[in-house]
Design a protein around this ligand. Structure first.
Ligand code: ADP
Ligand code: MG
Length: 370
């Protein structure tokens, strides 16, 4: 068993900054979990807490059912059975590839012949057989990152922690390494916690995704479930580029405060199949595929951005000052076109103001920090 559990974990930095708040979560044995969230949401803090570089101020961390950290004690990182890969400074430039990879084995006191054998195996696993004597400076960025992965797995860790491990690489290399990493970790049966700000990457590789914001878990779920049933308007906007509007809902439907955009009651649905819709102060999340943009010389909307997409243009429509995303298969529309909008479906949530949650929740929020 090599599950990783966080139980009621909170972490405040010495300066008082909130790192994590009441995080409860288990990465199951052999599971690949992606950790996503805006910049500053606590992703790195969570990983460093599991690794043992910082200690929780409340709660505890367990690996394979034994407690490795709580506010009073903390097992050293090198005794936690972890492999780690970070975005940068991953490989020591003055050491050969082989020496880099051998290092964790040396530290563990493993004898030379076994070390040589294991380094060769690890190189083989990451597709760099025969590279042991190479100088890292002569490798490409992708190859160097493979060296870092080889070094992280050479001591046969139970758990692999990745912090933006692929983020510095360019497509299409990143895409390939992503697939290889997934295959490799499955083959080795590793439990993986993979931090990324790339939502497409998280959706592509993870068994489950954890969405963090403000140091708190917002939702945990399989990629398909997260896309279909975001538990809040924030998650819908972060994961699926949904447009979030605040307004009022009654029997007739929803009316947005800022823009006057209305959505008929028939198009409103509550995630989780709840039958009764919230009324009064509400937020709605409109997924891009559910907004049809119809050219109309009398329309209130104007297309302010049109990016070509394989299956349809990625459109941003200005509607009385609010930006609304649309991405409908087959739809093409040039910037500048006057339009009306047909919202076919919107997810509805009780107002976040009423719940006093994230101030970052604003209409049209669609960019994601690194
Ligand atoms: P992410 O990796 O999601 O971008 P971090 O875990 O790095 O987020 O940061 C979470 C919060 O903790 C941020 O508000 C950040 O400013 C703060 N923080 C991170 N590291 C430190 C530190 N060493 N000292 C004080 N505050 C920190
Ligand atoms: Mg980070």
């Amino acid at each position: 068993m090599s599950s990783v559990s966080l139980s009621g974990v909170s972490l405040a930095y010495p300066g008082g900054q909130l790192g994590l708040a009441d995080v409860d979560f288990t990465v199951r044995d052999g599971e690949f979990v992606a950790l996503v969230g805006p910049s500053g949401s606590g992703k790195t803090t969570l990983l460093r807490t599991v690794a043992g570089f910082v200690r929780p101020t409340a709660g505890c961390v367990s690996i394979a059912d034994s407690v490795v950290a709580d506010p009073h004690r903390s097992l050293e990182p090198e005794r936690r059975g972890l492999g780690m890969v970070f975005q940068q400074h991953a490989v020591w430039p003055h050491w050969s590839v082989g020496r880099n990879i051998e290092y964790p084995l040396k530290r563990a006191g493993i004898a030379k012949p076994e070390r040589v054998k294991r380094v060769a195996e690890a190189l083989e696993l990451v597709g760099l057989a025969g590279y042991a004597l190479r100088n890292p400076a002569t490798l490409s960025g992708g190859q160097r990152q493979r060296v870092a992965i080889a070094r992280a797995i050479v001591a046969r860790p139970r758990v692999l922690l990745l912090d933006e491990a692929l983020s510095a690489l360019d497509e299409p290399l990143r895409d390939r390494l992503r697939l290889e990493l997934r295959e490799l970790t499955r083959e080795l049966g590793l439990t993986v916690l993979h931090v990324t700000h790339d939502r497409a990457e998280a959706l592509a590789v993870a068994d489950r995704i954890v969405v963090l914001d403000g140091g708190r878990i917002q939702q945990v779920g399989a990629p398909a479930a997260l896309l279909a049933e975001p538990s809040s308007a924030f998650v819908a906007s972060f994961i699926a580029d949904a447009t979030v509007l605040t307004g009022t809902t009654d029997d007739m439907g929803f009316v947005s405060h800022e823009s006057g955009l209305s959505v008929p009651a028939a198009a409103l649905s509550a995630p989780g199949g709840r039958v009764s819709l919230p009324t009064g102060a509400t937020d709605i999340a409109i997924l891009p595929h559910a907004v049809r943009v119809v050219p109309d010389a009398e329309g209130t909307g104007r297309v302010v951005s049109s990016l070509f997409g394989r299956d349809g243009d990625d459109l941003v429509v200005d509607w009385n000052g609010v930006r609304i995303r649309s991405r409908v298969p087959g739809a093409r529309c040039a910037a500048g076109t006057l339009v009306r909008l047909e919202v076919e479906q919107a997810l509805i949530y009780p107002s976040s103001d009423a719940r006093g949650s994230s101030p970052a929740l604003t209409a049209g929020r669609s960019t994601v920090g690194a």
